[in-house]
Design a protein around this ligand. Structure first.
Ligand SMILES: NC(=O)c1ccc[n+]([C@@H]2O[C@H](COP(=O)([O-])OP(=O)(O)OC[C@H]3O[C@@H](n4cnc5c(N)ncnc54)[C@H](OP(=O)(O)O)[C@@H]3O)[C@@H](O)[C@H]2O)c1
Length: 269
């Protein structure tokens, strides 16, 4: 029997690499994509040796408009299809909407929003045909809370991913696809290369230890949530408490608190 296959974007580091390890441990074959092929090959070798699964490595830059189509064609060319999709690739743009070029903003929207939606749209018909599918969109607690200076595009894109996931999950249920689920995973501060990649490691390092989580429990909670059909998951007790506060406190107060906190770790130069 052919094993199920999970396509993971941004698998070369952090949360994406952990998704690869956990899906491999669950006995899934993997299609791993990101720009750094060497990292993907190393990870593929590690998880294949540990769990006897098959891995496909597809190096692509999701900022290229035709990358989603090329990734799926590479999977199809191997006679495989996507049973689970983890839209995880992402990064933060330091600075403000004012001082970031439109080219950088447009690229950001492609990688973090357009590509995930296109991948989902392209894999859904096959999932519907086979009566099984899982889609996890890695959003953020930043998309849950009110926006703040310097979070202009990041928070709005992540908020969009949350609403998209909720709506798609509801759509699957209403259309009778009982075993196709979509979930937005909303991590808070998570140890990965994220803050190195966007040059805010020093600022992020000033945040208290209790706000940080390791990738394994974040990923585990994401996989469990999508399997039970839960449309949004905020991992960890501290993050859950923060998310709840954003819902129950008066909005102007939450906006002031979030604005004050984000000033501690956002670069507005
Ligand atoms: N860490 C946190 O505190 C945190 C909190 C909330 C949400 N998140 C979200 O979690 C997700 C994963 O981030 P992470 O924390 O694991 O960060 P990370 O360690 O920096 O990993 C980011 C991944 O995205 C890939 N990526 C970046 N730009 C890409 C592009 N243009 N095309 C293809 N792949 C690209 C990177 O691979 P290559 O460089 O090899 O292309 C890498 O595999 C992101 O969506 C992020 O927004 C993170």
């Amino acid at each position: 029997m052919t094993r199920r296959l999970c396509l993971i974007t941004g698998a070369s580091a952090g949360i994406g690499a952990e998704f690869a390890r956990q899906y491999a441990a669950l006995g899934w074959d993997l299609a791993l994509t990101a720009r750094r092929a060497d990292r993907l090959e190393t990870l593929a070798g590690e998880v294949s040796a540990a769990h006897g699964i098959e891995t496909l490595v597809i190096a692509e830059d999701l900022g290229a408009p035709d990358a989603p189509q090329r990734i799926l064609s590479a999977i199809e060319a191997k006679g495989r299809h996507v049973d689970a999709l983890v839209n995880n690739a992402g990064y933060g743009l330091p600075g403000t909407f004012f001082n970031t070029s439109w080219e950088d903003q447009a690229q950001f929207i492609r990688v973090l929003y357009t590509a995930p939606l296109e991948l989902a749209h392209r894999v859904l018909p096959g999932m519907a045909e086979r009566g099984y599918g899982r889609i996890i969109n890695v959003a953020s607690l930043a998309g849950y809370a009110p926006g703040s200076a310097g979070h202009t595009l990041y928070a709005s894109v992540k908020a969009g991913l949350i609403r998209f996931s909720e709506s798609l999950n509801a759509e699957c249920a209403e259309l009778g696809h009982a075993d196709i689920h979509c979930a937005a995973l909303c991590p808070g501060f998570t140890w990965s290369e994220f803050h190195d990649a966007n040059g805010t490691r020093e600022e992020a390092g000033k945040m208290p230890k209790w706000v940080w989580m390791d990738a394994p429990p974040v990923v585990k909670q994401g996989i469990e949530a999508v399997n039970r059909g839960q449309p949004v998951i905020v991992p960890g007790m501290a993050n859950k408490a923060l998310a709840t506060l954003t819902r129950i406190l008066p909005e102007p107060l939450v906006r002031t608190i979030v604005g004050g906190q984000s000033r501690r770790y956002r670069r507005l130069d």
